[in-house]
Design a protein around this ligand. Structure first.
Ligand code: SF4
Length: 321
């Protein structure tokens, strides 16, 4: 059985907001991440999907400790890292690498790729005396020529830049990668190339990855398991085939209905999710999807459903099950 690399239990990230009271404290709370639990096993790609503002990127940033969670726990390779100090975090940065949405802002425009890579190897004390071999090896892994090393970021297309950002993450041989919408800023044709690259790298390197996206069609091709997030909570989680063939939660069904069909001869009626999205600073006591759910019942207004296992390894938070 594969080892658990990342374990998140009842994680919360709440931001105080709104007017301040007489004691200077904010009077409202934005619950960006609210009681999230899941595990990622070694060699697994875990897709995390949801609309903009659902808390998926904040969750990724909590896990990699870019922001501190409000409470809950994060274990990495069995070690609790929820409150790790600066020295331990520095070491963890090598083991937990990140790939962000916009490759243009991820690289220093004044440095050549060689300078960027050399600095990273130096900071982490890696490949001493063998820097050139390591850089060439990693560029070839992401499908770029060696002469890319002596060019600046502005000389590359968006897709090539994202390959470089992925190469930079792999340069330090991380155990875990958090990819936050890594293809969202790219053209559709380039998206497919980067996804194919990640699938290849997953097979060659047994990558363990949290892959954050707002589009179910994107995570389908790359993920082993998928969690769907809505207003700070996971509402459905299952193996990728189970989730796509046996979709249970009404919100996941709505996201499925929004997936475009890649054949112009097929006409598809896209369903818009109707109803108002609740304010994240004034969440309802019941199900957070109730105002938009075509199956809502009275109990949905009164109780927020918890995430339950309704089929083996298939978890759903919905009163229908
Ligand atoms: Fe819809 Fe009720 Fe299920 Fe929420 S709990 S998704 S409102 S049926």
């Amino acid at each position: 059985m594969s080892q658990v690399v990342l374990k998140v239990e009842n994680l919360n990230k709440h931001f105080p907001t709104g007017k301040r009271n007489l004691l200077g404290k904010h009077t409202q709370t934005l619950k960006a991440v609210d009681g999230v639990s899941f595990e990622i096993k070694e060699g697994e790609i875990f897709g995390l999907v949801g609309e903009s503002g659902c808390g998926k990127s904040t969750l990724g940033r909590c896990i990699t400790r870019i922001v501190d969670p409000s409470n809950g726990t994060i274990h990495f390779n069995g070690e609790e890292i929820t409150n790790s100090g600066p020295q331990r975090l520095k070491e963890l940065r090598r083991q937990m690498q990140m790939v962000f949405q916009n490759p243009h802002s991820s690289l220093n425009p004044r440095m050549t790729i060689r300078q960027t890579f050399a600095e990273i190897l130096k900071v982490h004390g890696l490949a001493k005396g063998k820097e050139q071999e390591r850089m060439e090896e990693i560029l070839s892994l992401v499908g770029l020529p060696v002469d890319a090393l002596d060019r600046h970021p502005h000389e590359f297309s968006g897709g090539q830049l994202q390959r470089i950002v992925i190469a930079r993450a792999l340069l330090v041989e991380p155990e875990f990668i958090m990819a936050d919408e890594p293809v969202s800023a790219l053209d559709v044709s380039v998206q497919a190339q980067i996804l194919n690259l990640l699938v290849t790298l997953k097979e060659e390197l047994s990558l363990t990855m949290l892959f954050v996206a707002h589009d179910l069609s994107v995570v389908e091709h790359i993920s082993d398991r998928v969690a769907v997030m809505y207003l700070g909570q996971i509402v459905e989680m299952a193996d990728v085939d189970e989730l796509y063939q046996n979709t249970l939660h009404p919100y996941t069904m709505a996201l499925m209905a929004a997936i475009p069909v890649p054949d112009p001869s097929i006409k598809k009626e896209y369903e818009v999710i109707e109803g108002d999205l609740p304010s994240p600073i004034d969440l309802p006591v019941g199900c957070r999807f109730a105002s938009r759910c075509p199956s809502a019942m009275t109990v949905c207004q009164e109780q927020n459903p918890s995430l339950k296992e309704v089929n083996p390894d298939h978890f759903v938070a919905c009163h229908l099950y």
